[in-house]
Design a protein around this ligand. Structure first.
Ligand code: FES
Length: 170
């Protein structure tokens, strides 16, 4: 059964709702408003969960499937909050051919999560991304903003451990 607006709003933190309402007010008349609004929500809230998608769709008077379609198509949108650190795996052609899938498999094994997921302690999110322009160093991963090239699968546990150790020190 479809949820009423009240039920949808009840699932949204009031502080988050306030941010979204401000974004809606500022952007709803702009050309390409849906994309602009979703970008702003991702940037300011950090994620666009199913309740947020429902709320935005209701407010814009568009089908929720349209919002969901955009959110799931672009990898920079996430439906859950990202972890403190993000490790991206480049799925561009050079990195794919260079074996980036094995790096992702290794990270999956070490952390017990898949691409698009965050560790339960909120420390690390694994993501896939498009070419980051460092093809000559394939396969490439991006640890936060730091591009690392020619990564071998056996280096992945070390890279992830460094993030965990850095956290323990802080
Ligand atoms: S394909 Fe990975 S950096 Fe270009």
């Amino acid at each position: 059964m479809a949820q009423t607006q009240t039920q949808v709003m009840n699932q949204i933190d009031p502080a988050v709702k306030k941010i979204i309402d401000e974004i809606l007010t500022a952007n709803r008349e702009k050309p390409g408003a849906t994309m602009v609004i979703l970008n702003e929500v991702q940037g300011k809230v950090g994620y666009i969960s199913a309740p947020l998608q429902n709320y935005i769709a209701e407010q814009l008077k568009v089908p929720v499937s349209k919002i969901h379609g955009v959110v799931s198509f672009y990898s920079f949108f996430t439906t859950t909050p990202r972890g403190k650190h993000t490790v991206k795996f480049c799925m561009g052609t050079a990195c794919y051919v260079g074996g980036v899938e094995q790096l992702l498999d290794k990270a999956n094994q070490v952390l017990g999560i898949k691409a698009g997921e965050t560790t339960p302690d909120g420390l690390v999110t694994l993501e896939i991304c498009r070419c980051v322009g460092a093809c000559s160093q394939a396969p490439v991963i991006v640890v936060d903003e730091n591009v690392q090239g020619r990564v071998k699968p056996n280096k992945v546990p070390q890279i992830l451990r460094a993030l965990q150790e850095e956290e323990q020190k802080s």
